[in-house]
Ligand binder design. Structure first.
Ligand code: 3HC
Length: 284
């Protein structure tokens, strides 16, 4: 099964990156957002990223225009009727995702593979809202999608070999290293990353060191590109809390429980870089 025409639902941080790399890999891409303003905002993000690549001499202007020319933005799901693959990158809410997939199921032909970019929700639960559980996978990309080299391809109990192999091939086609994972909460990366991030907050909470020293420790001591508190600001404190809550609900283990400091920061609107204030202050 060859994947040449791709639909992406949601053009936020993750959706815009997924749409961009699919178009860069030569696929025709349809992107759906809920209104024209969000379509324009999503397209603007992709233009900005590609524009920077041109500035850095990593891409020609002609190539940038060709990539943009392969993308169509729409507010209608009906635009997905000819897609080989539809990747969902909307809000992490199981009911909303299930509703979306049930509707897509009535629009897309039987061969279309459905994929969710969920970081921690059950892919099998989403697949159960459709009549194509065999044609359903998780495709978990990492932020920033065009720069991070990994995609986790997730198979449920029902995923067919054909759909799984086609999804892995798609991951490679868009230039990623593929890690194959079962439909288990957090897959591989978040299973390990989330407790680490939460432990960094616990270390700060208990006064082991300053945030700067915790970050410097992990950057310089372990060669990570960002320290854990910097990374929390980058991923989003609200997003991390949400993922931790889902994982805690599944495993009932302390290592996935969101520390009080995280809840207080989220409640006060300090969500990280997106609100320009998290553990660090980006307002200046
Ligand atoms: N086009 C093409 N290339 C670009 C580019 C663009 N628009 N912008 C940057 N680049 C290239 C740069 O040229 C550079 O390449 P080079 O090394 O060949 O020169 C490279 O990308 C890195 O860019 P920068 O130098 O501008 O930025 P940094 O070196 O500061 O790296 C970063 C930024 C990649 C975000 C790095 O800090 C990093 O890897 N951070 C960790 C991110 C991470 O862990 N993400 C995963 C989060 S978890 C997640 O997403 C899962 C979810 O479920 C929670």
């Amino acid at each position: 099964m060859d994947i040449n025409k791709v639909g992406v639902v949601g053009c936020g941080l993750m959706g815009s990156g997924i749409a961009q790399i699919a178009a860069q890999a030569g696929c025709d891409v349809v992107v759906r957002e809920v209104d024209e303003a969000l379509c324009a905002k999503g397209k603007g993000k992709i233009e900005k990223f590609l524009g920077k690549a041109v500035e850095k001499g990593k891409m020609t202007e002609e190539d940038m225009n060709a990539v943009l020319g392969r993308m169509t933005f729409t507010t209608e799901l009906s635009g997905f009727s000819e897609c080989d693959l539809v990747v969902e990158a909307i809000i992490e809410n199981l009911d909303i995702k299930r509703e979306l997939f049930a509707e897509l199921d009535t629009i897309c032909p039987p061969h279309t593979v459905f994929a969710s970019n969920t970081s921690s929700l059950s892919v099998g639960d989403m697949a159960a809202s459709t009549n194509r559980a065999a044609n359903f996978v998780g495709l978990h990309f990492f932020n920033p999608v065009p720069l991070m080299k990994l995609v986790e391809v997730v198979r449920t109990l029902e995923t067919s070999d054909e759909a799984f192999d086609a999804s892995c091939a798609f991951g490679e086609k868009v230039g990623k290293v593929v890690v194959r994972a079962k439909d288990s909460p957090g897959f591989v990366v978040n299973l390990l990353l989330v407790p680490y991030l939460l432990d960094a907050i616990r270390a700060l909470e208990s006064g082991v060191a300053t945030k700067e020293d915790i970050d410097a420790g992990m950057k310089l001591g372990c060669g990570h590109p960002m320290g854990p508190l910097e990374l929390l600001d980058f991923v989003g404190l609200d997003t991390t809390m949400y993922i931790a809550d889902i994982m805690f609900h599944e495993f009932k283990q302390y290592r996935y429980s969101a520390p009080p400091m995280l809840r207080r920061l989220v409640a006060s609107g300090r969500h990280g870089r997106k609100t320009r204030y998290g553990f660090y202050d980006y307002r200046k």
